[in-house]
Structures are given as C-alpha cells and as structure tokens.
Design a protein around this ligand. Structure first.
Ligand code: TXA
Ligand code: MG
Length: 309
C-alpha cells in the first residue's frame, strides 16, 4: 500500500508527524534515519515492516540532550562524563533501560545525541525518536536527500530535506552497560579517540564471545546488488563486465571517484554503491583506505559489502 509522502524543509512540520505517530525520514550527520516516536510502540513496529528488518534488531533512540538520556537509561557519573565528552555527535551508547520506552525486549537500549542542526530542531520538539539507518534491510545506508526521496516516497509519511550527510557512515556504537566500555561497531568516531579518553575501552573483537553483543552484527549489511571487490594495482577486468571504481580513475570504468582522504571516502562510499546499482553495474571496485584511525571503520563497511554478509 502506497502512502502519501510529505516532503518538507521544515523540521517543525517533521516533528509534528512524529508526534502524531507517523514515520519520518530525516538527515543526520552520519547517515539518514527512518524514525518514529520512541513512546509509540505501534509506529516503531511499522518501521520494521517498511525496512523488512528482523524484529530482534533494536533501534537507536535519538534524544536532544543528556537530561533526556537520563529519563530513559540508568547512568553513573563516570558514564555521564564519557557521554559528555563525545556528544552531541556520531556515537551511540548502550545503557540499561529505565521506564517506558520502545525496545525489542532487551533490558538495554542504544541512545544517541546527534549534532546535526536541522535534526536537532526536529528532535527538540518531537521528543525521543527511535530510528535505524534509512535503507531497506541489507542495502547500503542513505546519505543523500535525493536517494531518500527515490527509495522512501510512498513508503513513509514525511521526508525532511537536508544536505548530504557530513560523515557518511553510521555512528560508533559503544556498550556502557558493563564494567568496561566495549566498542560494538566501528564508526565515525575512531576507537583510538575513545581509548585516548578512557584507557579501559575494549574492542569487542578481542572480548570473550559471551560478552555483550550488538544484535545487528549477525545480519547482512551494506551490500549493493552488484559484486564488490578490492581494487588491486594492475587488476584486469573482463571486457564483458561493467564496473565503477572508488579510489582512483580507472580506464574502462563506467564512472570513477577520486579519493584523497578517508573522511572523503566515508562521505562518498554509500552513495557510490547506490549509484552502481542505479546504473545496474556488475562490479564496484574499492581502493584500500589510507592507514589512519578511520581505516578500521571503512574496512569494516567495505569488507561486509565484499562478503555480502
Ligand atoms: O549513525 C547511526 O547510528 C544511524 C543514525 C540514523 O543515527 N543509525 C543506525 O542505526 O545506524 P542502525 O539500526 O542501522 O544500527 C544500530 C546498531 C545495530 O547494529 C543494533 O543492533 C545496535 O546498534 N543496537 C541498538 N540497540 C542495541 C542494544 N540495546 N544492544 C546492542 N546493540 C544495539
Ligand atoms: Mg543500519
């Protein structure tokens, strides 16, 4: 069933949709989100069916400030200092849930205070918004308004128009519900930055299998329809294949994007995948990221796209 979709530049109009139990796609500094009021279970559940998302994969609750975080989760001073140091910004915290807020049965929720001005204006009025990344389950996240309109018109009630997402990959997810902070998803704030602030921070890859986990990790993510592979020096591509390259210009490519830094790479990666699919290409080639602290987050997204997992 197709919905009538309102497209607006007014964050207050978008907030009003949320308050009336509707579904809104909006820009953030990481990627676009698709959200509903965290206080409206029915609306939150509708997002699962729009995205075709497995029901055990929880959403992040987006809130305006630290005070709102305190309404919905339990915090001590140390955790509060951690949050205050990194937020508002591209980082989500897993914390023990408190009170009535939408969750998928876990006793923790993920919370994030975004830094995106337009989205903050909306959030200030709407109250907490539960939102995963705006993409169909398994597909690359959306970082541009035009792609949001193409994919979500007719599926949601409102789309808030904004610029392309500054960062271009999802937030860093850090579990603050156990004794030591554990990074569950590499993201726009590198592990190194967290470690500099708090030497106790662990990377989940090096913790016991039984440790806290992010349900999202077991699902297929970020993959375009076409095949994805690393670009290697001297690579030979059969004439019959139509391909594109992100990294450096490649003769014979349908299109190429030159990359000068990992931040620019993040900004371009998902829209590159989406464009490859729009053109129905066979192959998307990705150059290896530059070796700096943003490399792990980029490697993580690209490796998932390559493995299709
Ligand atoms: O940048 C972002 O984080 C974007 C924007 C829209 O804020 N959102 C986003 O949401 O990427 P999503 O749902 O695509 O990814 C959230 C991740 C998932 O892997 C989910 O499993 C994990 O966070 N997560 C959420 N709540 C959790 C919880 N209580 N415990 C463990 N992991 C959780
Ligand atoms: Mg996602």
């Amino acid at each position: 069933m197709s919905k009538k979709t309102c497209i607006t530049k007014d964050p207050l109009e978008a907030a009003d949709f949320i308050k009336r139990g509707k579904i809104v796609v909006f820009p953030t500094e990481t990627v676009y989100g698709i959200g509903a009021s965290s206080l409206n279970q029915e609306a939150c559940l509708e997002i699962y069916s729009i995205k075709n998302r497995p029901l055990d994969n929880p959403f992040i609750v987006h809130v305006y400030d630290l005070n709102s975080i305190k309404t919905y989760v339990h915090l001590d001073k140390k955790k509060e200092d951690f949050i205050q140091h990194f937020s508002p910004g591209p980082i989500s915290y897993i914390l023990p849930k408190k009170g009535e807020i939408f969750s998928t049965g876990l006793d923790t929720i993920g919370v994030r205070i975004p830094s995106h001005d337009l989205f903050r204006k909306m959030l200030e009025l709407s109250g907490p918004i539960s939102a995963p990344s705006a993409n169909l389950s398994g597909k690359p996240s959306i970082t541009r308004f035009g792609d949001a309109v193409e994919i979500f018109t007719g599926r949601v009630d409102c789309i808030l128009e904004g610029d392309s997402s500054d960062l271009g990959i999802e937030s860093t997810v850090v579990d603050l519900s156990s004794e030591r902070p554990i990074i569950l998803r590499q993201g726009a704030i590198p592990f190194q930055k967290l470690k500099e602030f708090d030497g106790d921070v662990l990377d989940y890859q090096f913790t016991e299998e039984s440790g806290p986990k992010s349900p999202g990790r077991k699902y297929r993510h970020y993959s375009p329809n076409c095949k994805v592979a690393w670009y290697e020096e001297g690579i030979e591509i059969p004439d019959s294949l139509r391909f594109a390259c992100i990294g450096s210009p490649l003769p014979g490519a349908d299109f190429s994007i030159q990359i000068h830094s990992n931040r620019q790479y993040m900004h371009e990666l998902y829209s590159f995948f989406i464009e490859c699919d729009r053109r129905n290409l066979d192959l998307a080639l990705c150059i290896r990221p530059f070796p700096d602290s943003d490399a792990p987050a980029l490697m993580n997204r690209i490796e998932k796209a390559i493995s299709g997992m």
